[in-house]
Design a protein. Structure first.
Length: 456
């Protein structure tokens, strides 16, 4: 293992800053929205350019396709077959964004640089961190770090990675690796670096009820006709308590593994406060105001959330009709111990008992994931963050889900670590998403030191 000089690395990064910004501009201006069928060509163009960048940096890259899914970029920097291999996972797809319907100050798919900040959809989730890791791979060769680096860049993460396992199996022996590092997570704050030690699982669900063929006048049929919106609202209140968040489905909490005393101690030492959380996410009120209880709820406990309700009249004024159908879009975040398939069955059985006419559509999900906080990989991640940012990181969990993590652990049969660079103010999934040069340049140093640590 080499002894790296931080200032030398930052100088190299500074010399490459224009290059980094230009490449980030190219990537984010592809509207690679994975849940929009009309954006398939944009996703393909984004994947092609990403593969070209890997080749420009001296690696080899190929684009793979599943039977029905989006392209997948597989890149490799092989220095010596005898060296250990680390795989870096990121995703190139993004969620939708619109200046017409959301309070964007800039065009969401136009790269806008304001001082040291880069605004556009995908800058922090996840094209900025992906590009940062790629620049680090080039630095690893420049600094002659004895390690092989593999890139696994998918384009379906935002829709649950439905074809990810198929692609990994297609890569086969060429995907063999000693470990995986994921850079799709974020810190608690700029002042407090954090390393993700766990993710919640996820299943998406749509509840659909159809009771008639067309809208009908409420004066003619009201009282006799069924109201699908009302019935779905009644069903939702039976599924959970909207005030406390508690889920009422029998057996839902049975398999939940609670955080250990050691984990709770890390939570407390993370610097997280209820006031900071409320301000950062612009919350006007919360269900609870105790800091530790909030951390438990967002990181370690399962939840049920409503994302949208459709049906009936939504125009100006009032239209007195009884609608023919309605739909509720929702999801469950799952805690360690919960099986997505088992939870899906519990949901279906519960709805069938309460209202058998409601159709339940379950969308692809994934289980929760916990990493080992006491391991060579964890030590390497801690040293890398301390080296690059000069601050001791703390291990916490994250409330989000990355379905591909479970797939990589299962198929690649190796440990998965996290080295996130994003910050809450970067606006994950929010208007005015951004990334910044400080996190990018220091992130290059962190990845390089991580590669250096793993070369042992």
């Amino acid at each position: 293992m080499k002894s790296l000089n931080l200032q030398e690395i930052l100088s190299e990064a500074s010399r490459a800053r224009d290059e980094y910004e230009n490449y980030l501009r190219e990537l984010v201006e592809f509207p690679s929205i994975s849940n929009d069928p009309e954006r398939k060509e944009d996703i393909s163009r984004c994947a092609s350019r990403a593969a070209e960048l890997i080749r420009q940096f001296g690696g080899e890259a190929s684009i793979l396709h599943s039977q029905n899914g989006a392209p997948f970029v597989h890149g490799t920097f092989v220095s010596n077959e005898k060296y250990p291999t680390v795989s870096v996972y990121n995703h190139l797809d993004v969620i939708p964004a619109s200046k017409e319907t959301e309070p964007w100050k800039t065009e969401p798919f136009v790269f806008t640089k304001i001082k040291d900040q880069y605004f556009a959809r995908g800058t922090t989730d996840d094209k900025g961190p992906a590009l940062t890791a790629l620049f680090s791979a080039r630095l690893a060769r420049q600094f002659e770090i004895p390690i092989n680096i593999q890139f696994l860049w998918e384009c379906e993460e935002e829709i649950g990675s439905p074809h990810f396992e198929e692609i990994l199996r297609k890569i086969g022996r060429n995907a063999r690796t000693n470990s995986v590092v994921v850079s799709d997570t974020m810190w608690l704050s700029r002042k407090k670096p954090t390393i993700t030690a766990g993710l919640r699982g996820f299943i998406g669900v749509r509840f659909v009820l159809e009771t008639a063929a067309t809208d009908q006048h409420s004066g003619d049929v009201g009282g006799a006709a069924r109201n699908p919106i009302g019935e779905l609202m009644a069903l939702i209140t039976e599924i959970y308590d909207a005030h406390s968040g508690e889920v009422h489905i029998p057996g839902f909490y049975k398999d939940v593994i609670a955080p250990t005393k050691s984990e709770l101690k890390d939570f407390v030492n993370s610097g997280f406060t209820a006031a900071w959380f409320k301000k950062t996410y612009a919350l006007k009120s919360m269900r609870v105001n105790d800091s530790l209880e909030i951390m438990k709820r967002i990181w370690a406990k399962p939840t049920f959330e409503i994302h949208g309700v459709t049906g009936g009249y939504n125009g100006p004024g009032l239209k007195s009709i009884v609608p023919p159908s309605a739909e509720v879009k929702a999801s469950f975040r799952l805690a360690p111990g919960q099986d997505p398939l088992k939870v899906a069955k519990l949901v279906r059985d519960f709805v069938r008992k309460k209202n058998p006419d409601v159709k339940v559509h379950i969308h692809p999900g994934s289980g929760a994931y916990l990493t080992q906080k006491t391991s060579p990989l964890a030590d390497a991640a801690k040293k890398a963050v301390l080296f690059a940012f000069g601050k001791e990181p703390v291990f916490v969990r994250e409330g989000g889900s990355i379905g591909s993590v479970i797939s990589m652990q299962k198929i690649l049969k190796c440990p998965v670590m996290f080295l996130g660079l994003s910050l809450p103010e970067h606006g994950y999934h929010a208007p005015n998403e951004n990334f910044d040069w400080h996190q990018a340049s220091r992130g290059m140093a962190a990845f390089l030191e991580y590669f250096n640590q793993l070369s042992k």
